[in-house]
Design a protein around this ligand. Structure first.
Ligand code: 9WN
Length: 439
């Protein structure tokens, strides 16, 4: 018991602060990433949020995921945003009248009564559902949670492995930088350079009403994001009508493999046959190693599917395959060396792992996915380091992330050297993943 005259301990600061953030951002059926900057439901945010929420309320964590899954399209895609109809259109750009999912996406099976975006985000949902179940397996069993979500998660997985295998090489492609979740990563600069930006006056950003311009993507980036999204919308969100931007991202594909493993766990728990998932997880792992592993860099690299070339940028996405169960030990050991080396500085120059190469030409410790440290990336790497027995690295990330979460006011991202808060505050996945690290 802490005495009133004693400073609160780190665990109680994390627990109480995270609970406050997650309660404040709960809408009654899901959690917004931020009340100001992101006032709707986001796909991979909800996965990370559910992972933390399970420690407060497994039932609310189930609800978080099931609200998202209720907006799934008939083709299996889980949209990256599910719009709250009560939020004014001007609160976030691009708004529902830009995406027009219920009409433009009708041939791809968009729901009629819920407005969503038409692109996707990285597949963290099956691992999240499995972790939510394990928080209280008996209650989850009584509620039939896994039985309900399994077919939906399976359809989502098959959308990515089939409709999105644009390179025909057994990996999923993203067709928009927003789909990576790491929007302005320097990895997208070369493939994006080919895209003619939408005219500056043709759209109005809402993010700069709440975010500092130096922390956010540039107007030129936004012009290209808009052009790509409009094009996809105008082709009815069809994946067989050609894409000017198609990239195999190691982060997305690492989560795809983790999802196949989680689907195997879920299948076994509900009495279905997990063997197909095991085979597919092995096939995906083989493709990831063959297509994206760079032994020279000790890192996985993105592949530009349109030009058939590697993107020679070091991003934290290239470290995320550390979470893959069954990754060959020599590859895992090389990734751990890269994490500790000059490019990412873990245990040396940085407090938390940066989103991009410290020595890279585009490194900027303040600007979004071009350098700052993000809590979801550090959480994934903490899990991966622990999985591969690099316990000192995992412990270092855990302790620093907990301190930085509290000290930054649960910031969206932080300066990787100083831990100074960047982006919005009271950010939901920062709170949720800090709670999970505490457990
Ligand atoms: C576009 C909600 C999302 C995160 C992404 C992050 C940011 C959106 C934006 O916010 O992207 O999807 O408007 O900048 O990059 O990872 O899911 O938190």
């Amino acid at each position: 018991m802490e005495r009133a005259d004693q400073p609160a301990s780190l665990p109680s600061l994390v627990y109480n602060g995270a609970r406050r953030v997650l309660s404040g951002n709960w809408t009654g059926s899901s959690t917004v990433p931020s009340r100001t900057l992101y006032p709707h439901q986001w796909s991979w945010d909800s996965g990370f949020i559910a992972i933390g929420l399970r420690h407060l309320s497994p039932t609310r964590a189930q609800r978080e995921l099931e609200t998202l899954l209720a907006a799934q399209w008939a083709d299996g895609r889980i949209p990256h945003i599910v719009f709250n109809p009560e939020v004014p259109l001007t609160a976030y750009f691009p708004s529902p009248d830009f995406w027009r999912s219920s009409t433009a996406g009708d041939k791809s099976g968009a729901p009629e009564h819920i407005e969503t975006s038409g692109i996707v985000q990285p597949p963290i949902h099956a691992p999240a559902a499995w972790l939510v179940h394990t928080a209280d397996p008996e209650a989850s069993g009584r509620a039939g949670f896994l039985h309900r979500v399994y077919p939906r998660l399976l359809a989502w997985q098959r959308y990515l492995t089939e409709c999105r295998d644009l390179g025909g090489r057994g990996l999923a492609s993203i067709v928009h930088p927003w789909e990576s979740g790491m929007d302005n990563s320097p990895c997208w600069d070369p493939p994006l350079a080919r895209i003619e930006p939408a005219a500056a006056g043709s759209f109005q950003r809402a993010d700069l009403d709440h975010g500092c311009p130096a922390d956010r993507p540039t107007d030129l980036d936004y012009g290209r994001y808009v052009r790509l999204a409009e094009r996809y919308r105008d082709q009815g969100y069809a994946d067989d009508a050609g894409h000017p931007f198609a990239v195999e991202d190691p982060g997305v594909n690492a989560l795809l493999i983790a999802s196949e493993h989680a689907l195997g766990d879920i299948a076994a728990a509900i009495g279905a046959d997990p063997s197909d998932h095991q085979v597919r997880a092995e096939e995906l792992t083989t493709a990831l190693l063959k297509r994206l592993w760079s032994p020279e860099e000790g890192l996985f690299l993105c592949q530009d599917v349109i030009t058939g070339t590697q993107v020679r940028e070091r991003s934290a996405a290239g470290l995320l395959p550390l979470i893959v169960p069954g990754l060959p030990e020599d590859v895992a050991a090389a990734l751990v060396r890269t994490l500790r080396g000059t490019h990412f500085g873990l245990g040396g120059t940085t407090r938390l792992v940066p989103s991009y190469d410290l020595t890279g030409h585009a490194f900027d410790p303040a600007r979004y996915w071009r350098g700052p440290a993000w809590f979801n990336v550090n959480w994934l790497l903490e899990r991966g380091l622990r999985r591969h027995g690099a316990l000192d690295g995992a412990d270092a990330i855990r302790t620093t992330a907990l301190k930085a979460a509290v000290a930054s006011g649960f910031a969206e991202y932080v300066d990787p050297f100083t831990g100074e808060a960047r982006g919005t505050r009271d950010f939901s996945w920062t709170a949720a993943l800090a709670l999970d690290l505490l457990a």
